[in-house]
Each structure stands twice: as structure tokens, then as C-alpha cells.
Design a protein around this ligand. Structure first.
Ligand code: FMN
Length: 201
């Protein structure tokens, strides 16, 4: 299996409107593969405007925020692509789509790196950040995974959050836990309401 890096991918929608989504970029030699499952706004945007930015951030509120309806994070213009980038990222890579491997479920956009820039130092690993990313992945599969698996994994991840989180990680964790609680507080959504995505990894 190739290496995967969890990033916030920005793409440009109609009228240049920025869209951001947490996506795992798949290592592909010197470049990266973006592999969104259908249906996906990222996918639609990449077809219309074949550029993206991989935003490398340790602010896990953005991962949790994007999955809980909080998409309003500050962005700035990029240098070489017509796609805005996250203002607060530690680093970013500006990407151009070279070719697409078509697939009914999950097309793969093979991207070349046009520019890589660093904005702030990487200050080391934090277990709560890793736990938030794992919990965000669980939340993105909430309609597909059994409740007992979600609850068991959350209970384990909570240990790292309790021991090592700062304010940003606690905030991100809270948003995700609220989302999980809301999911189990009422009836399951009707099949038609679900996003219809298969497991994406
Ligand atoms: C860490 C992380 C990695 C993800 N990677 C992928 C991915 O590689 N492909 C995918 O389709 N969804 C992935 N997701 C789920 C998407 O972020 C989510 O479904 C999002 O809404 C994408 O849809 P959109 O392009 O319509 O916004 C990931 C979620 C998280 C938290």
C-alpha cells in the first residue's frame, strides 16, 4: 500500500469559490493522487478546474469542522494555481492534475506538484491531534459503521485526547462527539438521505 497523507484539499468551484475537504493524498512518485468517492464536490471541481492545493495543517479543528458543517476557514490566494489555500497551514503544495484514471466509484486524479511552500515550523507530534483525525474518519463513515465499533474506538481515542489535548484539539473533539451523539439520539436517516459513499479506504 502506498503512503497516504491526511490533508485539507482546497479546490475551486463555480466563480472561483473555494471548497475545502479533508482528503487522504496517495503518494505517487514525486506527485500525489487525489481519490474522491462519488458523489463529491471536490471531484466535480477538479473536473471543471484541474488544480488543487494540498494544505498541510496541524489545526485539527479544520478536519473536524469540515465534517460538522464548519467550512469557513480563512484562505488566501495561491501563487501558481487559481485555487485559494488555507491561510493558517504550516505548508502547502500547489497541484495540477496531469491525468485522470476513471473509475465508477472513485476516479483518481494524478497530480504534479507545481510549488511547495512552508509557512510555519512543524512542532512535533501530538497524540490528541492523531486521535481527532481518527475520530474524524469515523464520523465521515458514521452511516456505514456499526455503532458498537464507533463507540469502542471513540473510547480508546478519548484517552489520548484526555491526556494530551490543547484547546484546539478539545474543541475539534467536542464538535465530533456532538455529531456522533446527534446521530444516535434520533432515528437513523432514511436510506435516501445518506451520502451513499462506500468505505473510502
Ligand atoms: C482524514 C480524512 C481523510 C479523508 N479522505 C478521503 C478520501 O481520500 N476520499 C474521499 O472520498 N473522502 C475522504 N474523506 C471524507 C471526506 O472528507 C468527506 O466525505 C467530504 O465530504 C468529501 O466530500 P466533498 O468533496 O463533497 O466535500 C476523508 C475524511 C477524513 C477525516
Amino acid at each position: 500500500m502506498p503512503m497516504i497523507r491526511e490533508t485539507i484539499v482546497t479546490t475551486a468551484g463555480p466563480a472561483g469559490l473555494v471548497h475545502m475537504a479533508p482528503l487522504g493524498l496517495i503518494a505517487d512518485g514525486e506527485g500525489w493522487i487525489i481519490a474522491p468517492f462519488r458523489p463529491s464536490k471536490t471531484l466535480d471541481n477538479l473536473r471543471a478546474m484541474p488544480f488543487a492545493v494540498a494544505n498541510y495543517t496541524d489545526d485539527v479543528r479544520i478536519f473536524a469542522g469540515c465534517l460538522t458543517g464548519r467550512h469557513e476557514w480563512p484562505t488566501v490566494a495561491s501563487d501558481e494555481v487559481p485555487v485559494r489555500r488555507l491561510a493558517g497551514a504550516l505548508a502547502h503544495a500547489e497541484l495540477a492534475v496531469d491525468r485522470v484514471t476513471e473509475d465508477e466509484e472513485r476516479p483518481r486524479f494524478h497530480c504534479r506538484v507545481l510549488r511547495l511552500a512552508t509557512h510555519a515550523p512543524f512542532l512535533g507530534f501530538n497524540r490528541a491531534q492523531a486521535a481527532v483525525i481518527e475520530a474524524a474518519i469515523l464520523v465521515s463513515r458514521l452511516e456505514m459503521l456499526p455503532r458498537d465499533k464507533i463507540e469502542k474506538e471513540v473510547a480508546y481515542l478519548q484517552i489520548a485526547v484526555g491526556k494530551t489535548a490543547g484547546p484546539a484539539e478539545r474543541q475539534a473533539w467536542q464538535w465530533l462527539m456532538e455529531r456522533i451523539a446527534a446521530r444516535y439520539s434520533g432515528p437513523a436517516p432514511a436510506a435516501g438521505d445518506r451520502k451513499g459513499r462506500p468505505h473510502w479506504r
